[in-house]
Design a protein around this ligand. Structure first.
Ligand SMILES: [Fe+2]
Length: 150
């Protein structure tokens, strides 16, 4: 395995980590601001999903360190790398929040697939294996979100 494939893997993992933090805060934001007749269910669902997402941050960052590279250091570094867009309006209705989280989790799924592919290229079996669990969790989040608006 070459230095280039290792560099691409680390870059991919650090992007995934930034997306993880951004998706966490957006899911928590919607946990705090959701309103309407499904308030209780969505408030609790968003909290469960946020906790699941947050738990990934340490695993991903430590995969970068185990590959001998530096990981993210600050909120600024997260903002520079994340592909998940901010949503600062607190007035979205519940269905719009769910729709936005479905899209963001789909973006996240693509970042997971990129990280897994990069891990395969670099011969990083541990990242490749763990990313399957992270993908399964993400697909579950998308499934749950979709069923609330089906
Ligand atoms: Fe809470």
């Amino acid at each position: 395995m070459g230095d280039n494939s290792k560099k691409a893997l680390v870059e991919s993992l650090n992007t995934l980590l930034a997306d993880t933090f951004a998706l966490y805060i957006k899911t928590k934001n919607f946990h705090w601001h959701v309103k309407g007749p499904n308030f209780r269910d969505l408030h609790l669902l968003f909290d469960e999903q946020a906790a699941e997402i947050f738990a990934l941050t340490d695993l991903i960052a430590e995969r970068v360190r185990k590959n001998g590279a530096d990981t993210l250091t600050s909120l600024g570094a997260i903002v520079r790398k994340s592909q998940v867009a901010d949503q600062d309006s607190t007035g979205l209705d519940a269905a719009a929040m769910v729709k936005e989280l479905i899209g963001d989790n789909e973006t996240y799924l693509a970042a997971l697939r990129a990280a897994k592919a990069a891990a395969g290229e670099a011969g990083d079996n541990a990242t490749e294996g763990q990313s399957d669990d992270w993908t399964d969790q993400c697909e579950r989040r998308i499934w749950f979100l979709k069923q609330t608006v089906a």
